[in-house]
Design a protein around this ligand. Structure first.
Ligand code: SF4
Ligand code: SF4
Length: 303
């Protein structure tokens, strides 16, 4: 049963719009726990205090769900079909369309119901960036790719412009072999492409220097050069050869908002709160808020 059910579950995940699905045995991640601690000790998490909380849960899914046996990992490509013209204030690809949390949460709910159809007593929890879980490490264990020098999961087929989603369950499933090796080779494109030195060495990202962190997560006004970015930053990912060869996503629900593809710095300056709330009602840009976006425009985009 585990083998045949696991294959049905994977088919169902693909049918729901995920691009790949793999399964790993739920167990503690001692090596990853050590790496996480070293990163925290260096202060590279900046103001993301939540990263240093729940380290035990973050590195052991059995503490997130009692009796956990399996971690099911899914990826969903968001590499855009149409790009913003380069002269416009740039938005990270993941934020071109509506917020992925909502889109993925619905798919996870379907998958949870699917598992419980076959195993009515199953306990299953779904997450997408919403729990202390080392999703990239789990994706490697589930055979979906490797963690590149840019510190992101790279799928050999879909690159790194992918959302990660996970299910933890107490159902025993058939496990995939972990992804073997690292296919970056001698490439250092991402390190060279990072304009701020945030990606100061392979696999180490200092959030304090990162445009993406500063424009999305930080609560203080942005003082640094954002290198043409208004929200997020994709420079290290755009430089990656695995992303150049990856196909654009095929998910209509992730299509870009027309305003993202056309707004100039002047359009952002003129935008008022009611229009922002209406146009970007389901966009990740709501997280920054209009006042912050305007601060970045005033700071980094000349009239
Ligand atoms: S997101 Fe931008 S600033 Fe951050 S590491 Fe990548 S290239 Fe550097
Ligand atoms: S740019 Fe090169 S080094 Fe960086 S993640 Fe991609 S393949 Fe690896």
């Amino acid at each position: 049963m585990p083998k045949s059910f696991t294959s049905l579950l994977k088919q169902q995940a693909l049918r729901l719009g995920f691009d790949a699905c793999g399964v790993a045995r739920a167990e503690a991640l001692p090596v990853e726990a050590e790496h996480l601690q070293q990163w925290l000790d260096a202060g590279a998490q900046a103001e993301m205090g939540y990263m240093s909380r729940n380290i035990d849960k973050r590195t052991n899914p059995r503490l997130l769900l009692e009796g956990a046996k399996s971690v099911v990992m899914m990826i969903m490509s968001y590499k855009p079909q149409v790009l913003q013209p380069e002269q416009l204030p740039q938005v990270a690809y993941y934020a071109y369309g509506n917020d992925y949390h909502e889109i993925i949460k619905e798919k996870l709910q379907y998958l949870i119901a699917f598992i419980q159809q076959y195993y009515p007593a199953a306990v299953v929890r779904g997450f997408t960036d919403t729990a202390p879980l080392l999703e990239k490490a789990w994706a490697v264990r589930a055979g979906l790719g490797w963690i590149g020098k840019n510190n992101l999961l790279i799928s050999p087929e879909f690159g790194s412009f992918t959302f990660l989603a996970s299910l933890i369950t107490d159902v025993e499933l058939a496990y995939d072999a972990p992804f073997e090796g690292e296919r970056c080779g001698a490439c250092t494109n991402c390190l060279t492409a990072c304009p701020t030195g945030a990606l100061c060495r392979p696999h180490f990202l200092d959030a304090r220097q990162c445009v993406s962190y500063q424009t999305i997560e930080s609560k203080t006004p942005v003082e640094m050069d954002t290198y043409g970015y208004l929200f997020g930053c994709d420079r290290c990912q755009k430089a990656c050869p695995w992303n150049s060869s990856a196909p654009a996503h095929t998910h209509d629900e992730l299509n870009a908002l027309p305003e993202i593809l056309s707004y100039t710095a002047d359009d952002w300056r003129r935008l008022d709160e009611p229009d922002f709330n209406r146009i970007f009602a389901r966009s990740p840009l709501r997280r920054a808020g209009l006042a912050r976006l305007k601060q970045i425009i005033v700071h980094g985009f000349n009239e």
